[in-house]
Design a protein around this ligand. Structure first.
Ligand code: COI
Length: 365
């Protein structure tokens, strides 16, 4: 695929080498940003235009910009990985580009082509490749987290799709999303809140879904949990997903089950990859409804041996327990071998330590 032509406007005051190295040694998640950002503008009359990579910095938005009032916004999460030979790669970017277009359609935003989406990642990395951390060992899951997003920037308070839109990509060096790395996390079962309903925006990656999960996330934290699990809005029975990750259940007999996509669940790229890698590993993946009772009973009987969460930011993280108002659901103690094996296979692929048999990697630099 040809790279779209992006004007390069270099930052005249880039971060000093010594400061960048310090940041890359301990980046945390989402706290530091590289020196540039990619930008493309859309207007109703002129379509997409003005492709550029310019210095990272605050945006100038009119206080009446539509996004600030009606939340017409979508985003993506995708990572850049440094391989042992110094080259930089990303993982299944065409899946993110496709999901970005699905999200755009739902939020009445303009659709961006694969060429512009992947081209914007390449153009940004052409400037900021030094921001991609080098893993210190196979256990080090550092990367450059890329955050493409699109906002309604028209100055207009009427409620209708914006006639002016801006697309950006920013980049943030990242270590493990959860401080404990691969240590099991506790999850809070939200009974007060729902994330999505049929016909709503559950499948779209829009800021509103995450904003709506924050009150439940606060509840989770108040109960000592790192994430929140949501049940479906219609029956309050079926497991959907976490605030920002999909869920998998490993059964004793080799089945591995994830909630079926019904329009209320985010179609995770990691989720889709886990389904394939599980099949490669001889497990039987199933996409189907799974109820909270099945989780309770399966954990108690030992039928369900592991539960794990997955996402671009979190990779694969075992779930230690599900905590509800009056209960704690725990699988029998285990070292989470299936989660760890799939996680290892995925990371080996992403960091170029294993053969890319599915053709999932795209070189950025
Ligand atoms: C991702 O996994 O990339 C996400 O967008 C989720 C967010 C919780 C960081």
């Amino acid at each position: 695929m040809p790279t779209a032509s992006f004007a390069q406007l270099p930052n005249a005051q880039p971060t000093a080498d010594i400061i960048r190295k310090d940041i890359l040694a301990n980046p945390g998640f989402g706290r530091y940003f590289s020196d540039h950002m990619a930008h493309i503008r859309w207007t109703l009359d002129a379509d997409w235009h003005g492709h550029e990579v310019r210095p990272y910095g605050p945006l100038t938005l009119d206080p009446a910009a539509a996004v600030l009032h009606y939340g017409q916004e979508i985003f993506e999460g995708i990572k850049a990985y440094r391989h042992a030979d110094g080259s930089v790669w990303t993982f299944r970017p065409e899946k993110n580009a496709e999901r970005f277009r699905r999200s755009a359609r739902r939020l009445a935003l303009p659709e961006l082509s694969d060429e512009d989406f992947i081209g914007s990642l390449k153009a940004l990395l052409a400037q900021d490749h030094e921001w991609v951390p080098t893993p210190s060992s196979e256990a080090d899951e550092c990367s450059l987290y890329l955050r493409p997003f699109m906002i309604a920037s028209e100055t207009f308070l009427g409620v209708r799709p914006s006639h002016e839109v801006d697309y950006y990509v920013i980049a943030s060096p990242a270590a493990a999303y959860f401080k404990g790395g691969v240590e099991p996390v506790s999850i809070w079962l939200s009974s007060n809140y729902k994330r999505a309903a049929a016909g709503g925006t559950g499948f779209a990656k829009c800021g509103g879904n995450y904003a709506a999960s924050l009150a439940a996330q606060k509840e989770a934290e108040a109960h000592g949990c790192g994430q929140v699990a949501f049940l479906d809005a219609a029956e309050n029975k079926w497991i959907e997903e976490l605030g920002g990750m999909n869920l998998f259940f490993v059964f004793k007999d080799g089945r591995i089950v994830t909630p079926k996509l019904t329009g209320t669940i985010l179609e995770g790229v990691t989720r889709d990859s886990v389904l394939t890698l599980a099949r490669d590993a001889g497990l039987q993946p199933e996409e189907r409804h799974i109820s909270i009772d099945e989780w309770r009973e399966g954990a108690a009987s030992g039928e369900i041996t592991e539960v794990f969460a997955c996402g671009t930011a979190a990779v694969i993280t075992p779930v230690g327990e599900l905590v509800g108002e009056d209960e704690r659901i725990r699988c029998q103690p285990s070292d989470n071998p299936v989660a760890k094996q799939i996680r290892r296979t995925l990371l080996d692929l992403q960091y170029g330590r294993a053969e890319d048999t599915h053709g999932w990697l795209t070189r950025l630099v």
